[in-house]
Design a protein around this ligand. Structure first.
Ligand code: PRE
Length: 397
């Protein structure tokens, strides 16, 4: 124990003197830690936990981006005081660091189409030549599948986003992954069911990754034990599993559309065109209404959403024009062509935007969930370009 404390003595004192708790997080692991669009903002269960810990310590939270390959070296280089990111306890990591108590017991379990749940209860049922198993490459899922179901047909599928669609479409029978992920994905794909996520085939624990500082570990463990005892960890997990993660493509479409306003403005500036083009606006809205009707979306809603996107675009363009006028800006040699390049791109985004509105219609119209919707939608890269325009674009949501 003495060796542990001497390596980095007084971490708690450092944190309190600094007034800041620096928490490393990867931002790529729902529901624990996610950065929508790779932006600045972090959301997720572990981000909330980090905030609660900082509050208990009476200091401010600073989230420090890290990554899975550099997690341990970043901790060793003192880039953060601890890491909260759905980190699994492993013997390898324990050679270099400490872990808090576990706040989640997880492990590999199947996810399959709901009608097949009874067929894939045990590894003996799954480890059969007729069973088509799908797996993402390189990680613990692949290792587990190869070791535990060598007789099944295994397809290695590289896209983590669409892999669950393969099961929905019947191209594969099941996947075995972390129970928490099966719980999340069954909410995103109503055709899919997690198979006994409460009793996975193996055991993995999620815990807070800590430096070798015994006093810090004692503090964090005591704090965590309280939250485990009073049920707040369980409640938080449930909330973050229910979070409207499926809004991501909608948020992206709005962001991309607004970011394109800068290219539009450059193209127009080069020919000193007016920013507002009312006939084009009518075309954009008419096309959206037509496509949206086919998806079963109410016309008034489509009009309001696209009106807001267009107004937001003009806000960005007007601000840029004003700046360029003040600067006496010249011709932009790198501006893309409005008709040939930018407007077709805007049209493509129209389709994506409408599809994701249709996919999320229920949650978007559920007033009791407006705070979650706002949290999922708020992080726009275009906010850095023009915060007023960002809020305008999001107003109908
Ligand atoms: O296509 C353009 O010219 C744009 O400026 C884009 C856009 C739009 O958001 O769709 C915005 C303002 C114009 O009045 C028309 C359309």
């Amino acid at each position: 124990m003495a060796a542990l404390t001497s390596a980095q003595a007084g971490r708690l004192e450092d944190i309190s003197a600094r007034g800041v708790l620096r928490v490393g997080s990867t931002g790529d692991y729902k529901p624990f830690s996610y950065r929508p669009g790779g932006g600045e903002a972090f959301v997720g269960m572990d981000v909330e936990l980090a905030g609660a810990l900082a509050q208990a310590m009476g200091v401010r939270l600073q989230l420090v981006p890290t990554s899975w390959p550099t997690l341990m070296s970043d901790l060793g280089e003192d880039k953060f005081d601890l890491a909260l990111s759905g980190v699994s306890v492993t013997a390898e990591r324990q050679q270099q660091a400490l872990f808090s108590l576990a706040y989640l017991h997880d492990g590999k379990t199947p996810i399959t189409r709901c009608e097949n749940v009874a067929r894939f209860q045990t590894l003996a049922q799954i480890n059969q030549p007729a069973v088509r198993l799908i797996v993402n490459p390189g990680g613990t899922n692949e290792r587990f599948a190869r070791a535990q179901a060598p007789r099944a047909q295994l397809s290695v599928y590289p896209d983590n986003v669409t892999i669950f669609g393969q099961i929905v479409d019947g191209a594969a029978d099941l996947m075995m992954t972390d129970a928490i992920e099966t719980r999340l994905q069954q909410r995103l794909h109503p055709q899919l069911c997690a198979v006994h996520p409460e009793a996975p085939f193996d055991m993995a624990e999620k815990a807070i990754l800590l430096p070798r500082d015994a006093a810090l570990k004692a503090y964090v463990d005591r704090w965590l034990q309280q939250r485990l005892d009073n049920g707040s960890v369980r409640q938080s997990m449930k909330r973050w599993l229910d979070f409207p993660w499926a809004l991501e493509p909608l948020r992206q479409a709005i962001d991309q559309r607004l970011l394109l306003a800068e290219a539009v403005a450059r193209a127009k500036w080069n020919v000193q065109a007016a920013i507002e083009d009312l006939p084009r606006e009518e075309l954009v809205i008419a096309a959206a209404v037509r496509q949206g009707a086919a998806l079963g979306l109410p016309e008034q809603w489509i009009r309001a959403v696209f009106r807001a996107q267009i107004e937001a675009s003009k806000t960005v363009q007007r601000a840029l024009y004003a700046r360029w006028q003040a600067e006496g800006a010249g011709h932009f040699s790198d501006a893309p062509d409005l008709a040939k390049t930018i407007r077709p791109e805007l049209d493509r985004i129209t389709t994506q935007l409408l599809r994701s509105m249709a996919d999320n219609q229920a949650v978007l119209h559920d007033r009791t969930r407006s705070a979650e919707v706002a949290a999922a939608m708020r992080p726009l890269q275009a906010r850095a370009l023009n915060p007023i325009a960002a809020d305008q674009a999001l107003a109908p949501f």
